[in-house]
Design a protein around this ligand. Structure first.
Ligand code: NAP
Length: 232
């Protein structure tokens, strides 16, 4: 049996990943701040015993530890961890960027992914060939940044990419592949209605790319749409 953990699983890309993983026969542990979600209840009903919805706030070490302890009751191994939970503070302008926005973004987007992965290490090492997918963004690319846009988001996702490199260095020898993936611009609360990619299409592309990750992909930054290597 293959087990996946998805953070930020109550809406957007995370929720769609949960639905598609279940559709592909996976057992899923969905981590969310809000666990009472109609679609998750419906999915649990449609896939009896395959979906476990558990409270998870990746900004809290205590919540991360409680979540992983509860996951360890359900399964002794995790084949896939998707660090999907993320925040984007909109409307930031140079001259009024707030420390609170920077700190919250770093806590959730970068530290949260590293700490959740760290806490899951024992479960990941018990899988035959585990993968950790960090959901990043093109906006984290240092090389492609030439406008002052969403600094809290861009800086924290660049830090997430560093977490990918650090985790790959540590976990590749243990047979765990860690990579950063850019899902494209997606129609979610974060991406907005004007985004070109529907959430189900984006989740399919992302999941296909994640499930195809091999040892050669460890520490890479990849576009899920076409598998292209992205510039750090
Ligand atoms: N949409 C795009 O165009 C796009 C592009 C590139 C990358 N991404 C990345 O893709 C991922 C998913 O984005 P999305 O578009 O689906 O965004 P979304 O619709 O805004 O959903 C974000 C998810 O993250 C969760 N979350 C936020 N803070 C959390 C915390 N402290 N603990 C646990 N969960 C938390 C949210 O839960 P709550 O409901 O509790 O807030 C929600 O489930 C993010 O990492 C984002 O940066 C998105």
């Amino acid at each position: 049996m293959s087990y996946a953990i998805v953070s930020g699983a109550n809406r957007g890309i995370g929720l769609e990943l949960v639905a598609q993983l279940l559709g592909r026969g996976w057992r899923v542990i969905a981590g969310c701040r809000k666990t009472q979600v109609l679609r998750l209840t419906e999915l649990a009903g449609a896939h009896p015993g395959h979906l476990h919805v558990m409270p998870l706030d990746v900004a809290s070490e205590r919540s991360i530890n409680a979540f992983v302890a509860e996951a360890g009751i359900v399964t002794d191994h995790v084949d896939l961890l998707v660090n999907n939970a993320g925040v984007l503070v909109s409307g930031e302008r140079y001259g009024s960027v707030a420390a609170k926005s920077l700190i919250e973004s770093f806590t959730v987007n970068a530290a949260g992914a590293l700490l959740l992965t760290q806490a899951c290490t024992a479960l990941l090492t018990q899988a035959e060939s585990a993968r950790v997918a960090n959901v990043s963004t093109m906006m984290a690319s240092l090389a492609q940044t030439d406008t002052f846009r969403t600094p809290s988001y861009a800086m924290s996702k660049a830090a997430l990419n560093m977490a990918t490199r650090l985790l790959a260095a540590e976990l590749t020898p243990q047979g765990i592949v860690v990579a950063s993936l850019h899902p494209g611009w997606v129609q979610t609360d974060m991406g907005g209605a004007g985004a070109p990619l529907a959430v189900d299409t984006a989740a399919t592309l992302l999941l296909d790319r994640i499930l195809a990750l091999g040892t050669d992909d460890a520490g890479r930054f990849i576009a899920s749409e076409d598998g292209a290597e992205l510039p750090w």
